[in-house]
Design a binder for this molecule. Structure first.
Ligand SMILES: Nc1ncnc2c1ncn2[C@@H]1O[C@H](COP(=O)(O)OP(=O)(O)OP(=O)(O)O)[C@@H](O)[C@H]1O
Ligand SMILES: O=P(O)(O)OC[C@H]1O[C@H](OP(=O)(O)OP(=O)(O)O)[C@H](O)[C@@H]1O
Length: 207
């Protein structure tokens, strides 16, 4: 039996579609129910449904063998898991954004973000001193209301920036979802995990 931690939210549908394309028979219950543990006994798989940021925690602690997590989550926190496959779904990028011609008051610009570690190391590498303000969502609000001078956030279509009068200033990293594995599981269940990697690899898009 292999336990897979799936991210609820926007990655979920694409991840389920990919697994089905790879030939795994996942029941309609997947999309329809509110259950958090779904056993698919004919595939010898158990799925647990977690918040995207928590998937890596379940895998690191070994209660899930595999998980699907955004590269953004992997970059933000160093964890004891292996990243074994780029699933090339949920494409987006991390960027610095702000108001056009935004002026900075004071020495260190204030940067609002859901990704404080990514933002700190990015600005450190740029040799720029900043003050990080951690938020949990609606990051684009911060420069509009005067909480921050800039933001570090996910950009996909660019619609949220545009509709809030913000512009992308610097591109930090390309993001897609990754298959991650617990190191002990990978040793103990290598045959089954390698088979999953192989089957997924055959159906992953080229871009
Ligand atoms: N606009 C986007 N387009 C494509 N992928 C995205 C976008 N925003 C986030 N992602 C990817 O999806 C993952 C999580 O998405 P989602 O928005 O479902 O969860 P969340 O915002 O972390 O959770 P919550 O909204 O419950 O706090 C991110 O880690 C990232 O990899
Ligand atoms: O470029 P776009 O296609 O507009 O997508 C980018 C937006 O999507 C994400 O927010 P989300 O919808 O997860 O809401 P949140 O503010 O609660 O994080 C991200 O934080 C941006 O705000």
């Amino acid at each position: 039996m292999i336990t897979i931690a799936m991210p609820k939210g926007r990655i979920f549908e694409e991840a389920v579609e990919l697994l089905r394309k790879a030939g795994y028979r996942l029941p309609p219950e997947f999309e329809e129910s509110r259950k958090l543990i779904i056993d698919v006994s004919e595939e010898e798989m158990r799925f647990i449904l977690a918040k995207p940021m928590d998937v890596v925690t379940y895998v690191e602690h070994g209660v899930a063998d595999l998980g699907i997590a955004g590269k953004d989550v992997m970059l933000e926190e160093e964890r004891d898991v292996y990243e074994i496959l780029d699933l090339k779904i949920s494409k987006c990028h991390l960027a610095v954004a702000g108001l056009p011609n935004g002026k900075v008051n004071g020495v260190a610009p204030r940067v609002a973000t859901k990704y404080p570690n990514v933002a700190s190391s990015y600005f450190r590498e740029q040799g720029e001193q900043v003050e990080i303000i951690k938020l949990n969502g609606s990051i684009e609000l911060a420069p509009l209301i005067g909480l921050a001078d800039r933001i570090v956030d996910i950009v996909s279509t660019g619609r949220t920036l545009k509709e809030n009068g913000l512009v992308e200033l610097e591109r930090i990293a390309e993001i897609t979802s990754r298959l991650i594995v617990n190191p002990v599981s990978y040793r103990m269940k290598d045959a089954k995990i390698d088979e999953i990697i192989e089957r997924l690899s055959l159906v992953i898009g080229d871009e």
